[in-house]
Design a protein around this ligand. Sequence first.
Ligand code: HEM
Length: 264
Amino acid sequence: MKLPLPPLPTALKPKPKRPGEAERVKPLDQAKEAGIATADWVDERTSLSGVARWTMFRKVPKGTNWFYTLGSATLFAFLSQAVTGVFLAMYYDPSVTNAYESARHITNDVFLGEFVRGMHKWGSTVMVILVCLHMARTFFFGAYKYPRELNWVVGVVLLILTFVMAFTGYLLPFDQRSYWATIVGVNINGTGPLVGPFLSDFLRGGAEFGSTTLSRFYAIHMLLLPGAIIALIGVHLYLVTRLGTTAPPWLRVESGDGIREENV
Ligand code: HEM
């Protein structure tokens, strides 16, 4: 049985509206108003809402499907790597004497260290898989053709940078496996035509593996490559927004002059 609620004390009872009194504004509405006013203030001075509208409220071709989410999925994998990487960098020491110990310390002693390191490790594999699937999607949907050739080329550079990111990150735990696997990887690079020997010398930071190799891999992994990837993702997304995405090939219509048009 539901018991009746006890009566409210007079102080807590809502006061009846007096004639001529304005509608009482609730705290939630006040908070909403404050948010809108702040956004308006910023927009009046920067016109950023135009950019937001341009990037987010776009027409997409008919037939857009789940395969079109692979690019964004790659982007989120990259963001997750960036965030977890920042936390790992707070504890990691890129010196030959301390690297292994600092990685062990992250896993065994630091709060959530094993989780964050695991996210970063598995995240790298996920990003490599996603970027390959995304490339396959754009290839099979013919998105590399006019007018998107430049975006395909930017994508190829992003693909290479993603691989180099995974390769340079592999050495950082500095255990037996990562050490020997990196030696094999650098030697394979050295067999490339013309540039091969220079490339392997550059990666080693000299003729032999040493402390310079580790600090060089670390600098490339956490400064050079993320910077380049962020800049190129910016160009990549600008071109996606500017040109729109390709319609699936089975929905493209052939116009009279033989030029394929997209069914928006
Ligand atoms: C870090 C890596 C990358 C990120 C974050 C990324 C992100 C994106 C996003 C969000 C889109 C729009 C949505 C979609 O179509 O999936 C896109 C489109 C595109 N991407 Fe990437 N991408 C990356 C790598 C690549 C690679 C490796 C290639 C090819 C070599 C590539 C080629 C393209 C092309 C051609 C488009 C236009 C698709 C269309 O017009 O339908 N991208 N990318």
